[in-house]
Design a protein. Structure first.
Length: 258
C-alpha cells in the first residue's frame, strides 16, 4: 500500500515500496530543501515544455529529480497522467523484475487543492550510455543489439512501454536499464503482437540511415530471442507494414495486430 505524507506546506511525498525508512528520512530532507531553494545549484539534464530533469549532488551520492511543472489548469485537473502514472509504472515494472533505475519516491505540490507540480526521484545512472552514443565507436547495428534483451523482456513481461527507443534503454558495461515509464501499460497475458510494435517503434526512432539495416539480421535476432510463436517471415512482414504507418500516441496505446 502506497502512503503519502506531508513534508512541507502543500508538499507531499510518497516513498517507493522498497525504500528503506532511513532512506525516506534523507529523501524527505533533500526534497524539502531542494523545493524551497527551487533547485538551485543543480545540473539540468533535460528541459522541455512540461518536463525538467535535474541532478542534485545529495549528501553521499547524486540523485535525479524528474519534474512535471503543470502550468495549465487542464494539466492540473489531469495530474495523475504525469509523475503519478510514471511512479505507479515504476512500481509495476519492479514487481515484474524489469531493470530500471531505482525509483525512490513521488512528490506532489498542491495549491487550492490542485497539483501544480509533481515529480519522481530516481537513482543517478547518468554515466550509462545508449546505442546511439555507442555507435560512435562501433557499428550502429552492433550497438543496437545490446538493446535486444531489454526489448525481449518487455515483450515477455507484457510491458507495452510505448517509448522504447534507443535513448530510453541505457547501457552499462554489465547491465541495461529502461527509463521513461510515463506512458507504459501492462497486459496480462502478453499480447502476441506486442513484439512487432516494440520492434517497429525502435526501428522508426533509429537514425534514418540505420533503419533499413535493422530490419534484417537485427530483427531476426530479436524474433529468435523472444520465443515468439509466429514464423519469422510473417513477423517480418508485420513489422514492415507497421513501419509504413504513422502511429500517434493514442494509436500506440491501443494494441492491434498488424
Amino acid at each position: 500500500m502506497l502512503i503519502s505524507q506531508k513534508i512541507d506546506k502543500g508538499t507531499y511525498f510518497t516513498p517507493f515500496p522498497s525504500t528503506k525508512p532511513e532512506q525516506v528520512e534523507k529523501l524527505i530532507r533533500i526534497t524539502r530543501d531542494s523545493l524551497r531553494k527551487e533547485f538551485e545549484k543543480t545540473h539540468i539534464l533535460k528541459k522541455a515544455r512540461q518536463r525538467l530533469v535535474v541532478r542534485i549532488e545529495a549528501e553521499d551520492s547524486p540523485i535525479i529529480f524528474k519534474l512535471f511543472p503543470l502550468r495549465k489548469i487542464t494539466s492540473r485537473l489531469r495530474h495523475k497522467k504525469f509523475a503519478h502514472r510514471e511512479f505507479l509504472n515504476y512500481v509495476k515494472a519492479s514487481e515484474l523484475e524489469i531493470l530500471t533505475p531505482a525509483c525512490f519516491g513521488l512528490i506532489e505540490q498542491r495549491k487550492f487543492g490542485l497539483v501544480y507540480r509533481s515529480g519522481i526521484i530516481l537513482n543517478d545512472i547518468s554515466n550509462a550510455s545508449n546505442a546511439l552514443n555507442m555507435s560512435q565507436s562501433t557499428p550502429y547495428e552492433l550497438a543496437a543489439e545490446k538493446c535486444l534483451p531489454a526489448l525481449s523482456l518487455l515483450y515477455n513481461k507484457g510491458a507495452h512501454h510505448l517509448d522504447a527507443r534507443e535513448e530510453n534503454i541505457l547501457l552499462t558495461k554489465k547491465e541495461w536499464f529502461i527509463i521513461d515509464w510515463q506512458y507504459a501499460k501492462f497486459v496480462s497475458p502478453r499480447e502476441e503482437w506486442l513484439l512487432e510494435h516494440l520492434a517497429a517503434f525502435f526501428i522508426k526512432k533509429a537514425p534514418n540511415p540505420e533503419q533499413e539495416s535493422l530490419t534484417g539480421n537485427w530483427l531476426r535476432k530479436l524474433h529468435a530471442s523472444s520465443d515468439h510463436h509466429l514464423d519469422f517471415e510473417l513477423f517480418h512482414s508485420r513489422v514492415l507494414r507497421l513501419l509504413l504507418k504513422h502511429q500517434g500516441m493514442r494509436a500506440r496505446k491501443n494494441l492491434r495486430p498488424c
